[in-house]
Design a binder for this molecule. Sequence first.
Ligand code: NDP
Ligand code: HSE
Length: 440
Amino acid sequence: MKPIQVGLLGIGTVGSGTFNVLTRNQEEIKGRAGRGIEITMVADLNVERARSIVGDGVQVVDDARKVIENPDIDIVIELIGGYGIAKTLVMEAIAAGKHVVTANKALLAVHGPEIFAAASAKGVMVAFEAAVAGGIPIIKALREGLTANRIEWVAGIVNGTTNFILSEMRDKGLDFEVVLKEAQRLGYAEADPTFDIEGVDAAHKVTLMSAIAFGIPVQFDKAYTEGITKLSSVDIRYAEQLGYRIKLLGITKRAAKGVELRVHPCLVPAKRLIANVEGAMNAVVVEADAVGTTLYYGQGAGSEPTASAVVADLVDVTRLHTADPTHRVPHLAFQPGAMSDEAVLPMEEVVTSYYLRMRVADQTGVLTKVTGLLAEAGISIDAVLQRESDEISGEDGNQTDLIILTHDTREGEMNATLEKIQTLPSVLAPIVRIRKEELN
Ligand code: NDP
Ligand code: HSE
């Protein structure tokens, strides 16, 4: 059978990795797919650079539409990124009857409903394994491997840049700004790292996992997103003393009244495997009723690790493209008629436990006042630690850090109680609150 023809839009970091992996492993890939898979056309703004990567045997153009208009192309890979031209091109490729493979989590998290609807109407596939946790086949695991299960929750370290920053802050006791510069120097962080450090990239990814895990529509606008920019190394040290590590987690959970969908820094017991995922690595834990807990670990970014997922999608599409569309794996795991209308819960309704740090006057009765207000709200305390912080010295020696770990409580309750505690004259600085997940 003649090879399936693929057009590649954007041959940057992931695009070049995809071309190289596909070329290097072509015989094995052909054996698995049942026919050859060939990138025969590439579009990139920088034609010269593209040509230097693919050589003379591949047609290189600067206009992506020429790829989409080529009737010989069956699959279009979108590796441009963003929601601008990438969205237009993906929609045009679908309209032209091409299958689409993309690593673009931002595009799918924000415009997924429109894109999947258009693809279903046209009977084409949109495959996006590389969009979540790079090389880790977590989409396949959630959508197919765990298909027997009722999934209870998914929690993941799905942004390598922020995990690298947190690891360095803990290992070397460095402050956020210093490590961010190092991450940029090493090429982990984007030139504009806002999406990484503000948790937006992780929220894109957990939004996609949530839809697949629970059969709900992709709804990024409902995700709660908090990054790591306000984290201080003093909290990382206190967490350590209490037996926890701080990680930026993307969490989606089945709760009594709906689905939780959130990204924020989180204390995780140091003994959990996921707490020991260091540097730019990614990991996702899935809790499901039949299999129990499973953990997926690997490189969440980089040229060939991400290409590994892109090429896996190419093989899937090649195997299934002649199948009746109704016999293919649904984009979001559930058949369109079986999707759930379960609501994504507002953050006030989320139930979790907390780490609280209060800079207080070192006076008799302060602890009683603070714990009294927590008790009044029915918030149960798990542990209390009082520490003379390294940062408190000299004339501030009559201050102390009061650290409280709570049991589970509703976020709305915690917000209201923290407002009251903050007004106590003996509380001398804004209270630091970090959520805590036992993940057991
Ligand atoms: P790059 O910036 O390295 O590559 C994008 C390429 O697209 C560049 O070569 C760019 O050219 C080209 N391009 C831009 N506009 C157009 C256009 N209109 N037509 C054709 N080509 C165009 O990005 P990455 O490879 O890093 O990322 C690609 C996608 O993969 C993104 O969605 C990203 O989020 C996702 N992803 C990336 C990972 C990674 O490790 N890098 C990991 C997981 C997902 P020029 O440089 O000249 O502008
Ligand atoms: N900026 C992302 C990260 C790239 O740091 O994980 C992979 O999506």
